[in-house]
Design a protein around this ligand. Structure first.
Ligand code: PMT
Length: 391
């Protein structure tokens, strides 16, 4: 299954290091080339000789061990298809999250441009420490995959969360990332997210409840699968791919159009305001004695419709947010907008849609075919949508 692949395993200094001997065997059984590097502390728990025998490769520990024309951390990084750090201690997690490169393993991580998976293992109080959790979040936001530790009896005598995840789970995740990474390589995908903001005056605006989570999940998944990803969003996000922060519908249209020509696909998950205030006040509007206030609104450009009108080879995908008659309205909307796919979701439900971590959608294509994806985490829904578009 893994012929031709090189898995680089980084072992850090935790008691779970002994379990990695079996993990190396699992990768070897699938014909992977396994390279192992250890932090000096890891060798307190497992010997270099054992790891060398199991991986059938020299094991790296010190940064300046083998004089070569290429610095050692760069050659390891170039050779591997994926890096897996297991067990990942709180110490190494902290270093990686802060860009510290004080040993061979952390230097390789800093130079590594392919997927990196971390399988943390530590005492439960360390795992729950807010600084460790912040570091984990930071790494996730920067594209690292985390195989979360499990709950149970720990080597230190505590009962809690911190035990290295089951080896099968770590192995499966590595294979999944290795294989899915390839699918969208070479594709350029633009995704929009969040609710646009239309100013009334310098302190007030018109917007909606979109959190940007659905678009973000799509962008994360596209990136995971190897696409050159551009996320155009109204929210603040830090990601390892290109993100463009915008405010109004007009800003969003400009940003989408800047990359549209060379894109393979555009997915409009943003909730774009249909109207904006005709005359935005330059200064804060004053309260008057009148009991009512009338704002005059003008139509915003329909970004999706305009993209569909000028598209050549691009796949253009819209979303359809409805609070009633979902299917009927979606059937009408896909024709009206002229898009290749339309993802319909019911925004009247509290357990899906706006701001929720979950969604349930019906995917329509332009031939009239429809497919329901039952309620699931937005990450799963994103995967299914990309599967539908790219097979
Ligand atoms: O952000 P979350 O909290 O995760 O919530 C996700 C979501 C509910 C916002 C998302 O799943 C969703 O449904 N997004 C589309 C919202 C929307 O604007 O739907 P619509 O039916 O009004 O518009 C149809 C399509 O036209 C959408 O793709 C929209 O981006 C696009 N549009 C709309 C108006 C406009 N002026 N220009 C557009 O391009």
């Amino acid at each position: 299954m893994l012929s031709g692949k090189t898995v680089l395993i980084g072992i850090t200094g935790g008691i779970a290091a002994y379990k990695i001997c079996e993990l190396i065997r699992m990768f070897k059984r699938q014909n992977a080339n396994v390279r192992v590097i250890c932090t000096p502390n890891a060798l307190n728990f497992v010997t270099k000789l054992t790891l060398q025998n199991l991986s059938q490769n020299e094991v790296g520990v010190e940064e300046f061990e083998i004089p070569d024309f290429k610095p050692e951390h760069i050659s390891y990084a170039d050779e591997a298809d994926i890096m897996l750090i297991a067990p990942a201690t709180a110490n190494t997690i902290g270093k990686i999250a802060n860009g510290i490169c004080d040993n061979l393993l952390t230097s390789i991580v800093c130079a590594f441009k392919k997927p990196i998976i971390l399988a943390p293992a530590m005492n439960c109080n360390m795992w729950e420490n807010p600084i460790v959790q912040e570091n984990i979040k930071k790494l996730q936001n920067n594209g690292f995959e985390i195989v979360e530790p499990e709950t149970g009896f720990l080597a230190c005598g505590y009962n809690g969360t911190g035990r290295l995840a089951a080896l099968e789970k770590i192995f499966d995740k590595t294979v999944e990332v290795l294989q899915s990474k390839k699918k969208l390589t070479g594709k350029k995908i633009i995704i929009t997210a969040g609710g646009t903001i239309e100013d009334i005056d310098p302190v007030r605006y018109i917007s909606n409840y979109s959190s940007g989570k659905m678009g973000l999940a799509l962008a994360d998944e596209a990136f995971q699968q190897g696409a050159e990803t551009i996320l155009i969003t109204t929210k603040d996000v830090t990601r390892p791919y290109k993100t463009v922060k915008v405010k109004s519908a007009a800003d969003m249209q400009k940003a989408v159009e800047a990359d549209f020509e060379k894109a393979d696909c555009v997915i409009m998950a943003a909730a774009v305001a249909d109207y904006r205030v005709k005359n935005r006040a330059e200064h804060k509007m004053k309260k008057t004695d009148a009991d009512t206030l009338t704002l005059e609104l003008v139509k915003n450009p329909d970004i999706l419709k305009e993209l569909c009108a000028k598209k050549t080879t691009q796949k253009v995908v819209g979303f359809c947010a409805e609070s009633e008659n979902l299917i009927e309205n979606a059937k009408e909307k896909i024709i009206k907008k002229g898009c290749d796919y339309l993802i319909a979701n019911d925004i009247s439900r509290k357990d899906i849609g706006f701001s929720s971590d979950y969604n349930e959608v019906v995917i329509f294509d332009k031939t009239g075919r429809q497919k329901r994806i039952e309620r699931a985490a937005k990450a799963q829904i994103a995967r299914r949508i990309l599967e539908e578009i790219y097979g």
